[in-house]
Design a protein around this ligand. Structure first.
Ligand code: KIV
Ligand code: NA
Length: 276
C-alpha cells in the first residue's frame, strides 16, 4: 500500500500517480486489481450513485457507509475519503469527529476537503497535527457550484491563477500531503506541479500534473450523468448492461430462462410419493 511519503517519492522520481474514485466493494476491488495508487471515495457518489444533481445533499453517514464498503473491497490500497458539503467549515469539533470516524470506522488512510479559506487552512493544520493526512482540492470545487455559477474552468486569468498558486502554497504549508486540482488550463496545472513539493493530482488540469484522477463511472461509461470534456471513456458499459437486462426480460417472458442447466431435480420415488 502507498503511503504519503511514498507518494511524495513518486513525485520526486517523476513517476505518475494514478487515482480513481470507487463507491462500493466490487468497484474498489477492480480499481485495486488494476494497480491504482490511490482510491478516492468522492462525494461525487451523490451524483453517480445516489442520483442527486450535485454533491451538496451528500451526508457524513453516506460517506462513511460507502467508505466502509470500499475498504472491504480494496484492503491494500491507500484510500482517501471526501468531507461532505458544509461539514468542516463551521465547527471544528464536528470536523474532527468526522475525521475520527473515517480513520477508525472505515479503515481509510486520509480525508479530502475543498478550498483554502482561513478556516480550511487552520483545519488542515490541526488535523495533520492530530495524525490525519489531509488532501486539498482546488480549482473547480464542486461543493461551491452555486457560488461559482456552474461547472466551468477555473484559473483562466492571471489573478485567478496567482490565487490558485497562493492557495496551493498555503495548503502545503498547513501540511496537506497532496492536492487535487480540478478543471484549470494546462499551464496552470503545470505551474502548480512545478511550484509545489507535494503531489498535484489533476482532473481536467492537463498532462503535466504529478498524477491524474477520474470518476469510475465516467471512465467506464456507466450511468447517464453528464460527462465533462476532460474525461476519457475507456469503456461503454451502459449499453452492455442494457442489452443483458433486456435479454433477461425477454427470456423470462418467453420461458427460455431458466434453462435445463439452471434447474434442480428430485428423485423419481420422492416425486411419485409427493403426488400420492
Ligand atoms: O468527488 C470526487 O469524485 C472528486 C474528484 C472529482 C476529485 O472530488
Ligand atoms: Na469530491
Amino acid at each position: 500500500m502507498k503511503t504519503t511519503a511514498g507518494l511524495r517519492k513518486m513525485k520526486e522520481n517523476k513517476e505518475k500517480i494514478t487515482m480513481m474514485t470507487a463507491y462500493d466493494a466490487p468497484s474498489a476491488k477492480l480499481v485495486e486489481q488494476a494497480g491504482m495508487d490511490m482510491i478516492l471515495v468522492g462525494d461525487s457518489l451523490g451524483m453517480v450513485v445516489l442520483g442527486y444533481d450535485s454533491t451538496i445533499p451528500v451526508t457524513t453517514e453516506d460517506m462513511l457507509l460507502h467508505a466502509r464498503a470500499v475498504r472491504r473491497g480494496a484492503r491494500d490500497t491507500f484510500i482517501v475519503v471526501d468531507f461532505p458539503f458544509l461539514s468542516y467549515q463551521t465547527d471544528r469539533t464536528e470536523a474532527f469527529r468526522y475525521a475520527q470516524r473515517v480513520m477508525q470506522e472505515t479503515g481509510a488512510n486520509a480525508v479530502k476537503l475543498e478550498g483554502a479559506g482561513e478556516v480550511v487552512i487552520q483545519l488542515v493544520e490541526q488535523l495533520t497535527a492530530a495524525g490525519v493526512p489531509v488532501m486539498g482540492h482546488l480549482g473547480l470545487t464542486p461543493q461551491s457550484v452555486e457560488v461559482l455559477g456552474g461547472y466551468r474552468v477555473q484559473g483562466k486569468s492571471r489573478e485567478a491563477a496567482e490565487q490558485l498558486l497562493a492557495d496551493a502554497k498555503a495548503l502545503e504549508a498547513a501540511g496537506a500531503f497532496a492536492l487535487v486540482v480540478e478543471c484549470v488550463p494546462e499551464p496552470v496545472g503545470a505551474l502548480l506541479s512545478e511550484t509545489c513539493q507535494v503531489p498535484i493530482i489533476g482532473i481536467g488540469a492537463g498532462v503535466h500534473t504529478d498524477g491524474q484522477v477520474l470518476v469510475y463511472h465516467d471512465v467506464l461509461g456507466y450511468g447517464d450523468v453528464h460527462v465533462p470534456k476532460f474525461v476519457k471513456r475507456y469503456a461503454t458499459l451502459s449499453p452492455v448492461i442494457e442489452d443483458a437486462l433486456k435479454m433477461y426480460v425477454h427470456e423470462v417472458k418467453e420461458g427460455i430462462f431458466p434453462g435445463e442447466e439452471h434447474r434442480f431435480t428430485m428423485k423419481e420415488e420422492e416425486l411419485a410419493a409427493l403426488y400420492g
